[in-house]
Design a protein around this ligand. Structure first.
Ligand code: HEC
Length: 472
């Protein structure tokens, strides 16, 4: 009962906060008008209103989180717990994708803008360049300043919340999918038998370590030497991929690799790019000379982020493709695809600059294809004798039915995963291609080999399917 009371109180708080945003918006508008009348103290007031708005929005987010937590406490242990988790997964995932698209879209757009600027023809002294563009039925003319305009405009748009919210939603997702279900999804006893808490600490701790390491390297002179910096970064990333794949289940390892890169990206925004921009705005407002290093450094970090985007996107879809994380050495695929994807991004960047380094694209594609090549299934051995359905059925009943049954006995899955059941012979035959894919080729089933399937059993299943998967 107390859960419902808490939920109701939080709901009332939420409504009040939302009403407050309207009130603040009205004050904000009023004061901007006052300010246009050149009333000096109004500037201070505007800043106060902005601060108040930030507080209110933060409070809204925190209240919403508390509401979800109290809802969870209400349904915990009931049949609705799984349902709530599923919907949290859906909502947070949708948010994560949406913010991610906004963020990566902005990253692509601004790096494109930077690369494609006209820097020579009819460019005013104070400008770095300009660009004409047409989009959505409108013509746009953009100008980039060498350092900053003489006076900072009142309305300056900052790109930061896309990044922060992508990371926050991604971090929540990591909890909803992996940390709350650590025993089933994060930890694979055949890789390393650790406790859920140890898994969580290693996961989150590794993001901090990765950022510190990256940031330190960025402060050395190596950062100026493009190719050597990239090579060092690649070696370190491969080290992380190797580490994750030797600590977590392959799927979770992939996701942690992506989350690690994503965390570096958002830390770049939070700790370097935004503070540099704030310092630049402050210096311009106080009429102090601008340190051009600030802008350059922020630009460099922003470029690094741009190279991280495609590897991160690969990781985010890799969970759908067992042939990637199901490979015997999953970290190798991760390293190869990161390299190839960053190569493709590099090609796009130099192409936008109008440079002709055509070789970069085919080489990157060859690198990507090599991942497909090395993960291709081995040539199968000879099958010694005809395998009967009875043999195969015995294996499946022993190794798969605990999860893939209309009424599973597994400690985690209370409904058959993906709706797949092997209760009847017909079902087994119907799903033979998928069984081949998951049990023989990628060996990604049984999940984390929880039911200890042996190589010999996989081989028998392969022979049975190769021999026509008959029910005899
Ligand atoms: C510990 C529970 C568990 C066991 C045991 C298990 N699976 Fe699964 N299986 C899952 C989960 C969870 C999924 C969904 C996630 C995924 O695709 O990896 C799944 C998905 C699958 C899929 C993919 C279905 C699709 O829609 O693409 C196949 C095929 C499959 N399992 C076959 C098997 C076979 C065959 C066995 C026995 C050799 C087996 N599984 C044992 C948990 C299990």
């Amino acid at each position: 009962m107390s859960g419902y009371v808490l939920l109701s109180i939080l709901f009332i708080v939420l409504v009040m906060l939302v009403i407050m945003t309207y009130y603040l918006r009205a004050v904000d508008k009023q004061e901007v008008q006052d300010e246009d009348g050149e009333d000096a103290p109004a500037t201070v007031k505007v800043r106060d209103v902005v601060t108040a708005q930030t507080f209110v929005y933060t409070a809204i987010v925190l209240t919403s989180v508390c509401m979800v937590v109290s809802l969870y406490l209400i349904v915990k242990g009931t049949i609705w717990e799984g349902h709530l988790m599923e919907w949290m997964n859906i909502v947070i995932r949708l948010m994560h994708i949406t913010f991610g698209i906004a963020w990566i879209g902005a990253s692509f757009y601004f790096v494109f803008l930077e690369n494609a600027l006209n820097r020579t023809k009819d460019v005013r002294e104070e400008l770095a360049g300009n660009l004409w563009a047409v989009h959505g039925g409108g013509f746009y003319y953009l100008e980039k300043y060498k350092v900053a305009p003489k006076t900072i405009p009142k309305h300056l748009h900052w790109f930061k919340y896309e990044a922060y919210f992508t990371w926050l939603s991604g971090f929540c997702l990591l909890f909803v999918v992996y940390y709350f279900n650590a025993k089933a999804l994060l930890i694979d006893k055949n890789v390393l038998d650790i406790s859920p808490l140890a898994g969580l600490s290693i996961g989150v701790g590794s993001f901090v370590v990765a950022w510190i390491l990256y940031d330190l390297i960025c402060k050395t002179s190596l950062v100026q030497k493009g190719i050597w910096f990239a090579l060092t970064g690649f070696i370190i990333c491969t080290g992380f991929a190797y580490f994750y794949c030797h600590v977590f289940s392959a799927r979770a390892a992939y996701m942690h690799f992506g989350a690690m890169l994503g965390s570096i990206m958002v830390a770049n925004v939070f700790f370097v790019i935004i503070p540099a921009q704030k310092a630049m705005v402050k210096a311009a407002a106080e009429n102090k000379p601008l340190d051009p290093k600030l802008g350059k450094n922020a630009g460099l970090r922003s470029l690094h982020n741009n190279y991280f985007t495609l590897p991160v996107l690969f990781v985010m879809i890799s969970n759908h493709f067992p042939s990637t994380f199901g490979f015997e050495y999953p970290w190798v695929i991760l390293a190869i695809i990161s390299l190839g994807a960053a190569g493709v991004k590099h090609y796009l960047n130099i192409k936008e600059k109008g440079q002709l380094s055509v070789w970069v694209l085919p080489v990157s594609i060859l690198i990507l294809l090599s991942a497909a090549y090395i993960s291709a299934p081995q040539k199968p051995g000879e099958c010694k004798s005809v395998v009967s359905f009875a043999e195969v059925n015995a294996i499946i009943q022993q190794r798969c039915i605990s999860c893939h049954s209309a009424s599973p006995t597994d400690d985690f899955y209370t409904a058959p995963p993906n709706g797949i059941t092997y209760d009847t012979p017909d079902n087994i035959v119907k799903l033979k291609d998928k069984i081949m894919q998951r049990v023989v080729l990628t060996k990604s089933m049984p999940q984390n080999n929880k039911t200890n399937m042996t190589e010999k059993e996989r081989e028998l299943i392969r022979c049975w399917i190769d021999q026509g998967a008959s029910l005899k």
